[in-house]
Design a protein around this ligand. Structure first.
Ligand code: AGP
Length: 612
């Protein structure tokens, strides 16, 4: 949830750290700070509550000099979001500074132990315990890295930690367990650390993703990685696919609109090189199972959170309909704590844009512990979930910076369609059915581009309905998860309360809510349940509900019943969710603009929920 960046090399660290924080601000933003070691070995720390701009204003007065430093943007988990609780935290002699992303689960025990040793605490945070532990460990150890390793043996919980000290200057020591951290391998005698690639790609595209248990000593000359159990280890260098431009807004007012608009391209990327027209099949290099091993898959459990969980529901419909495999979808936060029965032949599939969602990672680890084979559908290359699974499919959707997930969602649906094709063609799906799905996938990016032209219409609807206090989204079959996703988008960026419902459930309660103050978005594309959803729309119209119907192709039956009809192109039922979700993304975006919300960084939310 927080953003971490560090620099050691020949340049002044301050400006580089600040630039890195700007690229990480979407990860969490209620306070920020930095620590730099001066050429004389003095450790300076500056931190401020509020957005990054607050820290920038203070630094205008004077940037601490030095070529080695660390910086942090915070999304509070323990302790109010104020300057005192902002990171970096320092030792009592102000000669060690530490930043942290994660949760120290035994902080209370450590506080008591350190208090008994005479340490006093200035903040309410769990993080402060670690900097005092390192201080204490320095009594028995000569180097910052040894002191860090000794201290971390007492720490329980999830962390991505970076530390500098004037007692052992010119190095940054980092450790990762449960929260993402990478090394950026610079050129010309400089190296960096970051929570993700955005923090370092302005300086290098060569990165090393650290694993849980890794502790790294970073200097201008190089780095060494030590695993707490395995000792010194080698980690592979990965090349970042994204350039700096991709992580910028690209001329759009918000990342969210940029990413909505990128969907034709992101869908081309997820399909690139993976469609086999002739055989009506998919080529998935990341699926390393043999056909015999694939044939042994008897059941698939898909686990995810939020928008990714909505994509999982669509995957359930596809895989059962087209690959003939039983599928269950589980909230990761529920799966990780119940006692799931994972018999022989069960595949657990984790879907995650960030690849760092704590609940999804924990659910995956639970599945592995129970002997299930595991797969990931992930966007961020080298992320924890990607590395924890036996095999998987990368989305290659590019960085998704806006907190509200948009292009990742449609890419997840397409990745699931590719997986369905791959499995189905090794089971009962015929070559003709496969070719039909391949043809529909090939047309999809252009159809999405056509659907994006609905921007002005949805902007008008957002102005007309933007003062509503509640919305209802209704869908059936493949469109039920789209109803859930549309409601989530509206909630999280405009703060209007919205609920998604299976349309047939209306008569079991929600229809009591319908009146002229309750806008109803009905997903009514031309599929096998179209006539049923038309009946539901009639029920709502009969009770003065105001209806925005999303249809595919013509819908003469809705004339005089729906107040607004939004038309998207026609495609096969399994891919219709990609098209029907676009106007809902746009509606949510423009409703947020209408209500003057912070679209890319909605209140209380973070892009990657890396704590429970
Ligand atoms: C989606 O708009 C939300 N920001 C959130 O629900 C998100 O989908 C969820 O936290 C899962 O994230 P992940 O895909 O990175 O695991």
């Amino acid at each position: 949830m927080c953003g971490i960046v560090g620099y050691v090399g020949g340049k002044q660290a301050g400006p580089i750290l600040l630039e890195g924080l700007r690229r990480l601000e979407y990860r969490g933003y209620d306070s920020a700070g930095l620590a730099v070691i001066s050429p004389e070995g003095r450790l300076s720390t500056v931190k401020e509550a509020g957005k990054l701009s607050q820290l920038e204003a203070v630094l205008q007065e004077g940037m601490p000099p030095g070529t080695c430093g660390i910086a942090h943007t915070r999304w509070a988990t323990h302790g109010a979001p104020n300057r005192l609780n902002a990171h970096p935290h320092w030792s009592r002699d102000r000669d060690i500074a530490l930043i942290h992303n994660g949760i120290i689960e035994n902080a209370d025990v450590l506080r008591a132990k350190l208090s008994d040793l005479g340490y006093t605490f200035e903040t309410e945070t769990d993080t402060e315990t670690v900097v005092h532990l390192i201080d204490e460990a320095f009594r028995e150890n000569d180097t910052l890295d040894d002191a860090m390793l000794a201290a971390l043996e007492q720490v329980e919980g999830a962390y991505g930690i970076a530390v500098v000290s004037s007692r052992d200057p010119d190095k940054i020591v980092v450790a990762r367990r449960g929260s993402p951290l990478l090394i950026g391998i610079g050129k010309n005698g400089e190296n960096l650390i970051g929570s993700d690639a955005s923090a370092v790609i302005q300086h290098t595209k060569d990165v090393v993703y650290l694993d849980d248990g890794d502790c790294t000593v970073l200097t201008a000359e190089g780095y060494r990685v030590f695993h707490m159990e395995q000792g010194e280890v080698q980690r592979s260098v990965q090349k970042i696919e994204w350039d700096l431009e991709a992580a910028e807004k690209g001329g759009y007012e918000h990342f969210m609109l940029k990413e909505i608009s990128e969907q034709p391209e992101s869908l081309r990327n997820v399909m690139r090189g993976r469609l086999l027209e002739e055989t009506g099949d998919a080529r998935l290099g990341g699926i390393t199972l043999s056909d015999e091993e694939l044939a042994k898959i008897r059941r698939i459990i898909i686990t995810a959170c939020g928008t990714s969980w909505h994509a999982a529901l669509i995957g359930e419909y596809m895989l059962e309909e087209l690959a003939g495999i039983p599928v269950e979808v589980e909230y990761a936060s529920e799966f990780r704590y119940r006692s799931p029965v994972l018999e022989e032949g069960t595949l657990v599939l984790a879907i995650s844009q960030s690849g760092e969602t704590a609940d999804t990672l924990a659910a995956l680890e639970e599945a592995r512990a129970r002997g299930a084979s595991t797969m990931g559908i992930v966007n961020v290359v080298g992320s924890s979930i990607a590395r924890k699974t036996d095999f998987g499919i990368y989305l290659h959707a590019g960085p998704e910076i806006g907190v509200a997930s948009t292009k990742a969602f449609t890419s997840q649906i397409v990745a699931l369609a590719l997986f369905t094709l791959y499995l189905g063609r090794r089971r009962s799906l015929s070559i003709l059915q496969g070719r039909e799905l391949v043809a529909a996938l090939q047309k999809l990016p252009d159809q999405v581009a056509e659907t994006l032209e609905l921007g002005p219409v949805t902007r008008e609807l957002a102005a007309e309905y933007g003062d509503a206090q509640n919305f209802l989204y209704l869908g059936r079959g493949y469109q039920f998860p789209v109803a859930l996703e549309g409601a989530l988008k509206l909630k999280e960026v405009s703060y209007i309360h919205a609920e998604g419902y299976p349309a047939a459930e209306m008569k079991h309660g929600p229809i009591a809510l319908i009146d002229e103050n309750m806008p109803v978005v009905a997903l009514a594309p031309r599929d096998s349940v179209y006539s049923k959803i038309v009946s539901n729309i009639e029920e709502v119209a009969a009770r003065s509900g105001r209806i925005l119907a999303v249809v595919s192709g013509d819908a003469p039956e809705l004339i005089g019943k729906a107040d607004h009809v939004i038309q998207v192109p026609q495609t096969v039922p399994a891919l219709l969710p990609v098209l029907t979700t676009i106007p809902l993304q746009l509606l949510a975006y423009y409703a947020a603009i209408y209500r003057e919300r912070d679209v890319d960084q909605p209140r209380n939310l973070a892009k990657s929920v890396t704590v429970e």
